[in-house]
Design a protein around this ligand. Sequence first.
Ligand code: GTP
Length: 386
Amino acid sequence: MSIQYEEPALAGSYSVVDSFPKDFGYGVEEPDIEEESATSGDTKPRILLMGLRRSGKSSIQKVVFHKMSPNETLFLESTNKIYKDDISSTSFVNFQIWDFPGQVDFFDPTFDYEMIFRGTGALIFVIDAQDDYVEALGRLHLTVSRAYRINPEINFEVFIHKVDGLSDDHKIETQRDIHQRANDDLADASLEKLHLSFYLTSIYDHSIFEAFSKVVQKLIPQLPTLENLLNIFISNSGIEKAFLFDVVSKIYIATDSSPVDMQSYELCCDMIDVVIDVSCIYGLRGDGSGSAYDKESLAIIKLNNTTVLYLKEVTKFLALVCILREESFEKKGLIDYNFHCFRKATQEVFEVGSLTQRTGMLQSQSTSPNNSLSNLKFGALNGGVV
Ligand SMILES: Nc1nc2c(ncn2[C@@H]2O[C@H](COP(=O)(O)OP(=O)(O)OP(=O)(O)O)[C@@H](O)[C@H]2O)c(=O)[nH]1
């Protein structure tokens, strides 16, 4: 495997990978699209993480957003008060974890749950699949029914968590049982319209990242446009699969419309890890300043099975990671040109998004990005333009 990695300069000093800055030291010289939206009000919906004590909430947050290794979560202390973790300054995802310790009654009248649920885009409820889940189901019902009455727009997501300890048959049976009981409880309360989505997750594999990706994608109004752009990009560049990644969390916020297989996703996640780790060690300046992920970030990895992995910076938080055959990579010029078009278009998509939000316009497909992208010209494999 050969790695070509372009960095401004190779610094002689080492920094411990674990201690890299959460924002990878990315330059703050120019206000970015995401930064603007962060200051122009809460334009991205909040995601809450709830569940019984020891169900794994803090572990999920630490592994996905703070690069903690799964084994280290064994030493996490129980959260005794409501813990709010805001990662919106380091990630595309405007994410606040409200880690509710099991014994706290968050329906306490002194607790402003109305305010919390009103600003919430998704509520993730974590159920420990290795434990008896009857109490968790009761809590799930109480939480979602209360939240739904305040804000029916919330996406309700149930993570059936810690499934690494379960056999394949047991996993399916547990999911079926939890699905059935939770929906029966909702039917008994005449809440059939409240839709719950279920995911089997574990911090010991990529399932937690995959599940989070799905949760986040539902909250991105620009998703269809991004998918469309990715489809045009890959079909004109001879690329097999492309993911648009939130670099800090390795959540993919969009991909082309060909099916996602876990192996490709894992490969791309691993590439991000390699790039950031190498960059943290060799890419920073002698005094530790500089950035491990910036506008220059680009990496090409050739595998021994004629596959090429290609990573390039799109915005402050996002990177495009592609999988392609070695022979397709011979047209690197075309890929670079099309990438340039894709990058420009993606930035426009988010600009239009934040503009519509700022001016208070309703964001519909007809007002949006597609219109401003109509004069975009990708290079075609046969030499023309599309
Ligand atoms: N096997 C397994 N264990 C996990 C997984 N996720 C978390 N754990 C373990 O579950 C235990 C509890 O995890 P925490 O993240 O502290 O749970 P919590 O929900 O935040 O707990 P409170 O802070 O008490 O509410 C830890 O020992 C973790 O290592 C998983 O996917 N699989």
